[in-house]
Design a protein around this ligand. Sequence first.
Ligand code: BG6
Length: 513
Amino acid sequence: MNTSTENPLRAGLDDERLAPASAIVIFGASGDLTRRKLVPALYHLQLARMLAPGSAIVGFARKESSHDEFRKEQREATAQFSRSKPVDAEAWASFEPSLSYVHGTFDEPAAYARLREHLESVDATFGTRGNRLFYFATPPEFFSVIAKQLKAAGLIAEASDRGRFTRVIVEKPFGTNLESSRALDRALHEVIDESQIYRIDHYLGKEAVQNVLAFRFGNAIFEPLWRREYIDHVQITVAEEIGIEGRGKFYEGAGATRDIIQNHLFQLLMLVAMEPPSAFDADAVRDEKVKVLRALRPMHRDRIAELTARGQYGRGTLGGGLLPAYREEKDVHPDSRTETYAAMRVEIENWRWQGVPFYVRTGKRLTRRVSEIAVRFRGIPVALFGRSQAETAPNELVLRIQPDEGITLRFAAKQPGSHMLLRDVNMDFRYGATWGRTSADAYERLILDALLGDATLFARDDEVDEAWRYVSPIIDAWNEMPAPSFPNYAAGTWGPASAEALVERDGRRWRRP
Ligand code: BG6
């Protein structure tokens, strides 16, 4: 019997995919990501019996703390952030002993000597057999320092070592521009092989994002239409209702383009535009994905103002509450030029997509949280049914990533009655209604994949490189343009007027999801 259909916690997890016993070392263990995402995800993997017995989780951070204090903190965090509440006391009792803690600063050789000693004792007591998954959940300036120290402490096994594995999960941001991302690659490659590096983009861990591949390459009827002859344009939206959530220091140096477009949004772009891979494995899938980015037509400097729009939110209202302007947020400069909204008209120059614009947009403090890919098909060649047909729109397929995961196909249908009146109707697939359960968190899937050595859902060095190669010149050009008149959209709205103008110039409109 397949227990995954019985246990809702096993949603999206496959019984065959049991991770091997490994020490999972989290650098930045006192940080927000560890509390909110990583430990709850590991707890769920344990609850779903996807972690091998004998797996051990080692927190590493600057703070002095005992194993017990670390366990207590993580229990409280899991109670607060876990997707299934309350925490199952029995499951936690069996999970808790696998948590331990080592303190130290990231550049202190003695701390790595302590870590090494601790991992040796973990190997002896847990049976982790030298397998190590290092999770870099620290600010990015520490990534290369940690990698070097690990190497110096003899904690990195060769990729060719068949007896044990060393893998590294690297959080975003992976660099802040092309140069810094390449420098980081060089630093990592000095101590570890590309095949051991797992650059995480949590969008790829989302069920509905993986379903883009299933939808495109698991069905025969859509793929013939998936091209310039039938598609008018594509809109990709990652809209957020939240603001910067106290991350002013980070966000001031990032902005919407670095924070979302370069990574999450371009991942969606690659999946929707790629050619069918020859196999569903890490190399074949990523080979096809990166070709999409290589085919992006670079934006000529003179056209950047016309092909992009950026915005920053001012005060506004949402859900009845008054919201501050971005410039009034903590750790934000009162004259900040950082964009909290960005939109672009992207072109892919290849046989499939030549002439089909991809409009992409993302923003903070928009009307609602929604991520989706909308594929707008071409209109009908002749209107047979007279005036009523003018009220129908061309067919549209919407792949809804969140929050209401699913797929909708809009088409025209005859309204019942004695006249030939047409109206738009929807054919709808909803995850909740179909599968009757909520999806696993993206981090569960991705940590499991890294433990299994499956890098299909992680970004490869060349993908990250190409994405920066496209967006860096845009960000540079923006910085050289006269200061934009920010704020230019009110919190709680759909973004700046310039973003509307961007699509209206082509005679199109943004969807209002
Ligand atoms: C993160 C960004 O990578 O993704 C955040 O740094 C953003 O600014 C978040 O809020 C969005 O993720 P999700 O899964 O909520 O769409």
